[in-house]
Design a protein around this ligand. Structure first.
Ligand SMILES: [Zn+2]
Length: 295
């Protein structure tokens, strides 16, 4: 999640947030001869390729699709076997699906992701409603817990996570090169989104962040959902933030404070200097994080 407008949704201004419109240049980072990460078209997009095949992870937002397809196609213009894996349902990761399906990609995602893409979802915290994705642009290969794809000879393990960011998230782990695309279970440089409209919660995010450490090892390279590629230190950084947030909010929940009362207290305002430079600022993130106590 990382923007506020786009095809297929109606958007109100998100209160006290700074929506990122992904209107700048799409940056590419060459991770290896056969693997490139594209940033700036929505969530981070990773593409493995050889002369005849492509495996792409996430598809950006709709209005950057044409540009993204141009960049991706250039990597392997003659590829005939083309697969797109969606890490979760959010439109900055699946918004390009329709265009990539039209370009010959086969879509893969969790069964929960396919299901959510068929729903109208009111993202109240962000002041927007997301309309269903056309059936033809939802994953046509759906899995419950795990699935292995192959990037040439290399297994790519797709692993579903318990509800945390949403209830549709799965990561992609390139086993031989020890590279993990986390989707939005991990975001660098800002507060992570907790989508409580589709099963997200603070405690779920804390558990999922810990669980990320069980994939790969100390040397795993990480492509987060948003922000620069990095290493496992990013996991601890996010965990420290989430634990700090919980330490501040849990006592307010024990006092049975309402969401509006907590919002007025602005208990996370001082964190914005460091964490409020991404998509979210503390007023919205506080609502997302406190939501688990006031369902
Ligand atoms: Zn997301």
């Amino acid at each position: 999640m990382g923007l506020a407008t786009g095809v297929g949704m109606s958007a109100e201004p998100a209160p006290a947030s700074k929506p990122v419109m992904f209107s700048g240049k799409i940056e590419s980072v060459r991770m290896a001869d056969d693997l490139v990460v594209f940033a700036g078209a929505g969530g981070n997009v990773a593409v493995w390729f050889d002369a005849g095949r492509m495996l792409m992870i996430d598809a950006g937002i709709p209005h950057r699709s044409a540009e993204l397809i141009g960049l991706v196609t250039k990597l392997a213009p003659d590829a005939k076997s083309k697969t797109l894996f969606n890490t979760h349902w959010h439109f900055d990761h699946t918004g390009g699906n329709a265009a990539f399906v039209a370009a010959g990609f086969t879509t893969v995602g969790t069964a929960a992701c396919r299901q959510r893409l068929g729903e109208t979802i009111n993202l109240a915290d962000l002041g927007m409603t997301v309309e269903p994705t056309p059936e033809t642009a939802r994953p046509v290969v759906a899995f419950e817990e795990k699935l292995t794809l192959f990037a040439g000879a290399e297994p790519v393990r797709l692993i579903k996570f318990p509800a945390s960011h949403t209830d549709t998230d799965a990561v992609a782990y390139f086993e031989k090169r020890n590279l993990l695309h986390t989707g939005d279970l991990l975001v660098s440089g800002g507060y992570p989104v907790i989508d409580r409209a589709t099963g997200g919660s603070l405690d779920g995010m804390i558990a999922a962040t810990k669980l990320l450490r069980t994939v790969g090892d100390e040397k795993t390279t990480i492509i987060p959902g948003h922000g620069p590629v990095g290493d496992r230190a990013m996991i601890q950084t996010q965990l420290d933030l989430l634990n700090l947030v919980r330490d501040r909010l849990a006592p307010l929940a024990e006092k049975k404070m309402t969401l509006d009362e907590v919002s007025k207290l602005a208990p996370l305002a001082d964190l914005d200097d460091k964490w409020g430079r991404g998509f979210l600022r503390s007023p919205v993130f506080t609502r997302m994080a406190y939501g688990q106590w006031v369902k």
